[in-house]
Design a protein around this ligand. Sequence first.
Ligand SMILES: Nc1ncnc2c1ncn2[C@@H]1O[C@H](COP(=O)(O)OP(=O)(O)OP(=O)(O)O)[C@@H](O)[C@H]1O
Ligand SMILES: [Mg+2]
Length: 1027
Amino acid sequence: KRYRGVHLVMESTLTARDRVGVQDFVLLENYTSEAAFIENLRRRFGENLIYTYIGSVLVSVNPNKDLEIYSKAHMERYRGVSFYEISPHIYAVSDNTYRAMRTERRDQCILISGESGAGKTEASKKILQYYATTCPVTDHLSTLRDRLLQSNPVLEAFGNAKTLRNDNSSRFGKYMDVQFDFRGAPIGGHILNYLLEKSRVVHQNHGERNFHIFYQLLEGGEQDLLSKLGLERNAQKYQYLVKGCCPRVSSINDKNDWRTVRKALTVIGFHEDEVEDLLNIIASVLHLGNTQFGEGKNGENQITTETQLKYLSKLLGVDGAALREALTHKKITAKGEEMISPLSFEQAVAARDALAKAVYGRAFTWLVVKINQSLAFKGSSSVIGLLDIYGFEVFQHNSFEQFCINYCNEKLHQLFIELTLKSEQEEYEAEGITWEPVKYFDNKIICDLVEGKHKGLISILDEECLRPGEPSDISFLEKLEDTLGGHAHFVTHKLSNGKTRKAVSREEFKLIHYAGEVNYSVNGFLDKNKDLLYRNLKEVICQSNSQVLSQCFHREEVTDQKRPETAATQFKNSLAKLIEILMSKEPSYVRCIKPNDAKQSGRFDEALVRHQVKYLGLMENLRVRRAGFAYRRHYETFLQRYKSLCPGTWPNWQGRLADGVATLVQHLGYKPEEYKLGKTKIFIRFPKTLFSTEDSLEARRPALVLTLQTSWRGYRERAKYLRIRQAVIQSAWRGMISRQKARRRRHAVDIIRKFIKGFIYRHYERCPENEYFLDHQRFSFLMMLFRNPPKSVLDKSWPIPPPCLTEASEHLCRLCMRNMMRAYCRRIQPEWKKQMEQKVVASQIFKDQKDSYPQSVPKLFVASRLNSEEFNLKVIQTLGNDKVKYGIAVTKYDRRGYKARPRQLLLTSSFAMLVAEAKLKQRIDYATLRSISVSSLSDGFMVLHVPSEDNKQKSDVVLQCDHLIEVVTKLATMADKKIKVNMSPDSITFAVARGKEGVIDFTSGPELKVAKCKKGHLLVTAPKLNP
Ligand SMILES: Nc1ncnc2c1ncn2[C@@H]1O[C@H](COP(=O)(O)OP(=O)(O)OP(=O)(O)O)[C@@H](O)[C@H]1O
Ligand SMILES: [Mg+2]
């Protein structure tokens, strides 16, 4: 009753909620009924509601027409909104995944599965677009975003084709990681590709086409390009394009697509040379298709189409002759010897096709590698992976490809079971709710049947491929029967009994997959698994001078003795890697369903849909989800959504969330069997309980809206007022700042103008025009002196004053010097003062007069050249009170004969004396010392002129010593500077005896020499130290 009452109100209310069927299958009352399930899908599909949830799994039905639900506004609507708030959408899954990645910091993945044509690729593109539009991007990241988006048209051109089921069918599996930085901006990507359907390159079923790129090139390529590639603008001319009798498709515009692809290649960053090489490869595949064989003169098999061969050699960049040979011969190694044997017609055709497939397949892989390089980001990031991989395939004839694809789906289903069922169970446990176990089929047994070591199908296939002898598809089938006979999921014609025998032909084996039974024809299994390319063909291609080809075919390959991995094993290994990647992430699922086989919109083929619902395991999924409780939500979410329904929780609940929810459900009248409260979530058993709550909410919404509107308006008015207030203050402030700036500018202009005028009038008398300039000049001169005065007494630099300051500047300079000197003198120590005084005396006597003077200046004068120990004691005693102030060793020359004798010259305060050992030889009182003569050269000679009154008294003394300048200075100082010092340039005359005179001649020479010369003079040769 309560339910119906609310319902009435609900119908009169406009709501955002889907009103058709249930938007989540878990809310389906009769959840075990497949019919109810399909009916729900059908009803929603009829109203263009193509999306429905099973819990967190999104089921999507291909509308086969454009729906207006992918606009930017739609994206915005789903941004940051809780999963269950608005109708199901691929954007809700995208957003939820993105938020989980950001908030929980766990890598995510979205697994998209479904049959061919169900809309997987479209879904993955919509997700990518959602991220590209809604995630934050900077300019620098926008390049990456463009590359991410543009990788799709390129990969689709080379990897998609028109098939009977889908005009744009992906003929390869794709897993793409999108990396996000800490701000949630996309920063990089990486693509893994799986199992390209290479056989399509050489053969297409009726009504199907080769890969798009061939038609795009022929339709859209410029004429120049086509002629360069040796191609004609007509797909009908190419053997590899005519097999399906379907060159054109109404839904495809090859010409436009060509332009898109060319542009995308540039955006991704392909070099022009690389594109050229790539197109060469594409063209060469077409030429290979047209390469024919025929019988030569001697019955041998040979190439009959020379033009093709010519183009091939040019486009592949290989030697024509070598290619010709390799296409018609094979190299075999028998007993260690290499032999060349001709190929039969059929073998040659097979070799040619193998080459076309290999070249195309590797070019595709190269393309993916290049794209990855352009998307690469190294560094820490969070990841959302998108898996778009072929769903279960069951055709009339199923071959190796279907086998691989279905095996892949088994593995993905296993992952799904493990992750979903396990997580469901774990959630119940974590929430402390009793788990009611769900029976489900574990498909591990089938996975083991395919991939098991030794006894698995793939192992047996590999073994058969490598076995010596003559292995064939049939011998493979027999081996299967031997090894796997009796396995519950494996049946062959021979193994089945009379009743079921008809259902399997003699060349088939049947696998009972989790999703249903599939018959596989063994024809071609061995060849496809070996993926054979004759070695000599490989050798030729490895020698190619095309950049791209040489990156596709490594030279080591031909020398490498190791057997290459078979196709099935390669696939098995890459699948194992993929599962590992997916296991490390938190999965979300998108299950795609196609409503009909005719690509029509609005048609819902129930049988077809039922088949897919079964293959996708949707019922099982729902059963698990509904096993216990139909609905569960975190307390917070639940309370947030429904709190307005209970006065106790509205507008805000203050206590524990669990208590709030308990209060709320009590008020709503939930019965005990209808719900359970876990640790963090409420679990509701029946959908109808939730419905009634939802409907009550709808009923209350108008009142809520009113309240919200009122407070919103209040808020808006206040915000407006604040904005205006701020604007007024801001404009006043800005005005003030501008006025201030203008004032400053005006002032500056005035000053500059005055300055220039003053400069022009600078030589005039002071007048109003130059007043400012002259003042400024004077001021700057004085300031410069003030900031930069001379630093020391020796610094003679002085700035040039302006004319009006010349006199003042001179005064200042003098004052400054005096000041510095006074300061300097005050700082001098007594020792140093004495030294300086002596140096001044020396300078007065010798400066500019004696050659050795400049060298003497830096040498300090010492107190005495003899130590007190060197004085003779007797001599000291005889001196009595007179103290020796200075002593030095000298050489005395006799006045007659010039004999040299060593002596000490001692100075006291009143006399000088010459001493030999203990004997005082001569005493010269300063009072009697008339003058001293020295030469102007660098010798050490001096003559002390002493007048003698009588004969007894000794007179002039000829001495030679080191430190002459020091000695003379000391003498002069002690004798109170009254002594005259004569400086003679060439000779000194001295008294010998009364009336008699001696002469010393001086000349300059290389070194000091003293000798007697003929005239009886003493000749002193002294070096000249200064010029
Ligand atoms: N959401 C959608 N809205 C409109 N059209 C869609 C949508 N999803 C799919 N289609 C249509 O269905 C076609 C096939 O879809 P899609 O290529 O995604 O299938 P698929 O599952 O990737 O198939 P295959 O396994 O062959 O690659 C698309 O080309 C498009 O025309
Ligand atoms: Mg696809």
